[in-house]
Design a protein around this ligand. Structure first.
Ligand code: NAD
Length: 344
């Protein structure tokens, strides 16, 4: 095992920045050298809270010019992810970890993929829910065939499709052996649009889709009560021998095996639903392991791009009122923003 210590610069010392900072203290081979926030007292507070002894910057360009960093962690609002990543790569940074979602447009997704591909950059996005203990357990149960052959998946996400849906699609991909999606068909309500992290979006969305391995999927996005009232975020995975309901942080609310009424899933401690407790530390440990070796990280950019492709295909389906087949070709803008503007 490598003993390389990676020098870290963290940009954005708000909510997600703090969760990442707390997680870094649990990952032995990460050393925070620089913290940057346009509100420097936030960076100073973080420095003190976690005892980093880092240099504080107000301008990340200055940080990149002055510090020799191995890994930069970007915890900024969505429209800033790509421009800041580009600046980091131009400054010579080769390891980057960013908050999700990748960008507000499909073009932004493609450009991020191009940068990672063409410049030899190791790029990861914070889909930390992949590391939730209940999600890992669900993956194992599915793989072991406990619920039989998977036939359908019902996905539930808080608003909106891009901001929260990216986690839900990523979670569902992980349950379905990472099989790609072949087509999508969906529609959303843009009359009461919302905006998260400066990305305008629909308040409600419903869609159907199909995976290459034949599994059928459906998704509902928005504030609503579902049948049992308990599944507003997460996935119901339905096989021919039973089904399992898993919230997006891996809390398993129900698991049924038709031929074994006594079946019960092992109980997990309540903290496993807490992103800061294990998910983000484990994700960052996975990132460090991927920097050492040749294998892509569990939260590799290609997985984030793949979730984004489904999302932008759904938006395209809304615009064109038809089924959209993947790969998503020739649709670079953000149709949802146009549709919201037109609904005013
Ligand atoms: N992975 C997840 O589960 C998850 C959960 C919530 C949010 N997010 C994502 O995290 C991102 C950030 O959300 P947040 O809640 O941390 O936001 P936040 O507002 O709490 O923090 C953002 C910080 O960035 C700073 N900032 C803004 N512009 C800057 C610049 N140019 N240079 C340096 N610092 C700058 C702000 O001062 C602020 O401190 C969003 O894109 C959101 O979608 C991800």
């Amino acid at each position: 095992m490598s003993d390389t210590v990676y020098k870290v610069g963290l940009i954005g010392c708000g909510g997600r920045g703090n969760l990442h900072a707390g997680a870094i203290t649990k990952v032995p081979r990460l050393k925070v050298e620089a913290l940057c926030d346009i509100i420097p007292r936030k960076a100073m507070w973080m420095n003190e809270r976690y005892g980093f002894d880092a240099t504080i910057y107000e301008d990340y360009h200055k940080m990149l010019a002055e510090k020799e960093l191995d890994l930069v962690i970007v915890c900024l609002w969505t429209p800033l992810h790509l421009p800041v990543i580009k600046d980091c790569v131009n400054a010579g940074i080769r390891y980057l970890h960013s908050e999700k979602p990748v960008a507000p447009t499909w073009n932004g997704y493609l450009e991020s993929a191009y940068i990672a591909n063409s410049k030899g950059v190791k790029l990861t996005y914070a889909h930390q829910r992949r590391y939730a203990k209940g999600n890992l357990l669900t993956r194992k149960l599915i793989k072991d065939g406990v619920f039989g052959k998977i036939q359908r998946m019902e996905l539930f996400s808080p608003p909106h499709l891009l901001d929260c849906g990216t986690h839900t699609f990523d979670q569902a991909f992980s349950f379905n052996d990472e099989s790609p999606v072949t087509w999508v068909l969906g529609n959303g309500d843009v009359t009461n649009s919302i905006s998260y992290f400066e990305v305008p979006a629909e308040s409600f969305f419903v869609g159907h889709f199909e995976y290459k391995n034949g599994v059928k999927g459906s998704i509902k996005v928005g504030r609503m009560k579902t049948d049992g009232g308990d599944l507003e975020s997460g996935v119901r995975v339905i096989g021919d021998k039973g089904f399992i309901d898993v919230l997006w942080d891996g809390i398993i609310t129900r698991a049924v095996v038709y031929d074994d009424p006594s079946f019960q899933v092992e109980e997990l401690p309540a903290y496993v639903g807490d992103a800061g407790a294990t998910q983000i530390p484990d994700m960052l440990q996975g990132v460090v392991d991927s920097l050492d070796g040749d294998l892509p990280a569990e939260v590799d950019y290609r997985r984030a791009i793949r979730a984004g492709e489904v999302i932008f295909a759904f938006y395209e389906s809304m615009r064109q009122h038809k089924r959209i087949y993947l790969p998503l070709i020739g649709q670079g803008d953000c149709p949802i923003a146009d549709m919201i503007a037109q609904s005013k």
